[in-house]
Design a protein around this ligand. Structure first.
Ligand code: DHB
Length: 301
């Protein structure tokens, strides 16, 4: 399994698969379980300054090609999260996902995450449906530059910017993150979506809109990673619809230095990380790759 070691900038991970923000990452114990299942790192659920209950139910629904959810950024607030990061960090690298309403709030949350032991922060600039947060901030390149640069001047750990696909140019958003000093970009967050129940004549989710994740969004994610890889000089981390080793290989060949999975944990269970690790090792052996790095971006050649 030594073949699977990857580097994202100055961070080194034992395995290329990382738990995406939002699944099995709200408690220290659930994050530990993910490390034991072959995840190379875990990104926490997005954490804000204060406790937030999130939206009322229904917050989650299944569709043919994945899930649509609008949890409403529920979280216990940054003060309560210290012990969860400490527990999880004893088993592996934890990346703290944060959401804020402005530059100062992002910078404050990032410095708390650093103090708790997170090895990097991931800025949620892309939740598709939270008023005043996420994509409302992250759809504006100037705002991305401003948030990323403020966070960069507040912490020493790497800063990752998670981008929205709900835009006409994810490359413009990626360039803004790079200009602000981001150490990596993460693409993609969920696609803004809606599900309607014909009998009830109304949207299924209490929030009406939600984010689509799962296998259906994989080609969108692969395209976004391909575009970002060709226009940026910082690492790209791929996420969106990966459920098997072939999907992971697609993202890596599009240009991802590492990849994240969320919905696959719901579909297959935490073991999906180990399964993909094994699949990738066999593929690499068969095709003569010694390291994951040798595969990064080969689809551009
Ligand atoms: C939520 C946040 C996200 O970033 C996302 O993609 C989907 C849902 C949420 O908590 O509602």
């Amino acid at each position: 399994m030594g073949k699977l070691k990857v580097a994202v900038g100055k961070l080194n991970f034992e395995f290329p698969g990382i738990v995406a923000s939002g699944i099995m990452d709200e408690t220290g114990d659930s994050m530990v379980r993910m490390f034991k299942s072959g995840a190379g790192a875990v990104v926490t659920k997005s954490i804000g300054s204060k406790p937030r209950p999130g939206h009322s139910n229904p917050t989650f629904t299944e569709v043919e090609c994945g899930y649509v959810n609008a949890m409403g950024l529920p979280n216990p607030g940054i003060d309560m999260f210290e012990k969860e990061i400490k527990t999880a960090s004893s088993e592996g690298p934890v990346i703290g996902s944060i959401f804020g309403g402005d530059e100062k709030e992002f910078a404050y949350l990032a410095s708390r995450m650093e103090e708790f032991g997170a090895v990097a922060v991931e800025l949620n600039l892309s939740c598709p449906h939270a008023a005043g947060y996420g994509a409302e901030i992250g759809s504006d390149p100037e705002m991305i530059v401003s948030v990323v640069s403020e966070v960069k001047s507040s912490v020493d750990i790497p800063v990752w910017a998670k981008l929205t696909p709900n835009t006409s140019s994810i490359q413009a958003l990626g360039r803004a993150a790079e200009k602000g000093g981001a150490d990596a970009v993460v693409a993609i967050n969920t696609l803004k979506a809606m599900v309607i129940c014909p009998e009830l004549r109304k949207p299924v989710l209490s929030n009406k809109f939600g984010g689509l994740s799962g296998p259906g969004i994989k080609p969108v994610g692969v395209r976004a990673v391909y575009d970002l890889y060709s226009s940026l000089n910082i690492p790209v981390i791929g996420v969106g619809g990966i459920t098997c080793w072939r999907d992971a290989a697609e993202y890596i060949m599009a240009g991802a230095s590492a990849y994240q999975m969320g919905s696959a944990i719901g579909i297959t269970g935490p073991e999906v990380f180990n399964e993909i690790n094994e699949g990738l090792v066999s593929f690499m052996k068969e095709h003569g790759y010694e390291t994951v790095k040798e595969m990064v971006g080969v689809a551009h050649e």
